[in-house]
Design a binder for this molecule. Sequence first.
Ligand code: NAP
Length: 309
Amino acid sequence: MSLIIITQGKDVSSWVKALKEKRPDLALSVYPDVPDAAAVEGAIVWNHPLGVFKEFPNLKWISSMGAGVDHVLKDPELPEAAVITRITDENLTNDMATFTLALVLNHLRGLSFYKVLEHQQTWKRKRYQRIEETTVGVMGTGVLGAAVARLLKQTGFNVNGWARTPKDLDGVKVYVGEKELSDFLSRTDVLVCLLPLTKETRNILNKRTLEQLPQEAFVINVARGEHLVEEDLIEMLDKGHLSGASLDVFRQEPLPQDHIFWKHPKINITPHIASVTDPNTAVNQVLDNYDRLQNMEQLLNVVSLTKGY
Ligand code: NAP
């Protein structure tokens, strides 16, 4: 049995190093350099070339290199027999929680706003909202969303969540499903999107949903660019309904040079950096699943093909 790493345009040397350090005898190849395609039973992937899996007739397991699996599931030629898993990792979770907290505080205390004024050598103060006066609504209270919600709650924010199924989440009220979405949105000063990208959640941040946020609400998208209808966000910002947005993810990455978001005064941009998988810790669960596969045991962090996450 061998493992293969399949990506496009990604430097995977740190993955190879971490896997080899922990398991020197591991049979590992990096696509497209494949000595024996028939021996490959597991693939570790990020943005693989669509259709590539049919080159591996005995593939049993596909592991995403990150928390998201939309890049895997969009392949129309997924092998039916393969189990798909993803990474859930303490570092990944903590990084997302602290980054989102930083974005919310940046908004509340206007740090980006003052950076612009600093460049203009302008002394101007604006009113600020306190933590305890602010309700943050976290869309998606899974591994990452729940950690974000907990940290914001500990920091003193009022926090609500929104998920597909009911949750008991440390004093955070979790609204459930389409029927409670309006109530959730209408109580949200700062909206954080941490949904997986599925056919139900694609374009979920649109004019109809953004309009239901209170006047002057702020939007943070740290999930996937395809959750957001870009022109609807611009319209809501330009007519003053929303006070601003912090975006870490985009429909096209890197964000094209001529994209309207770059110069929009109410949009803060970060380059998909909220939380990045650390191969040194992530390989432990990849190797754990590798052992489980060999021992014919249930794999960990299995993705539901029906739910799409
Ligand atoms: P997860 O554990 O699978 O959690 C997903 C959450 O979304 C769950 O609470 C789920 O509800 C909810 N959900 C899914 N579909 C829904 C729907 N139709 N309506 C309402 N709620 C819905 O995912 P995760 O590990 O937290 O990761 C979330 C996403 O973050 C990833 O998919 C990835 O795209 C993104 N991400 C971004 C970065 C970055 O650097 N920017 C890094 C890592 C991950 P239930 O709990 O009821 O199932």
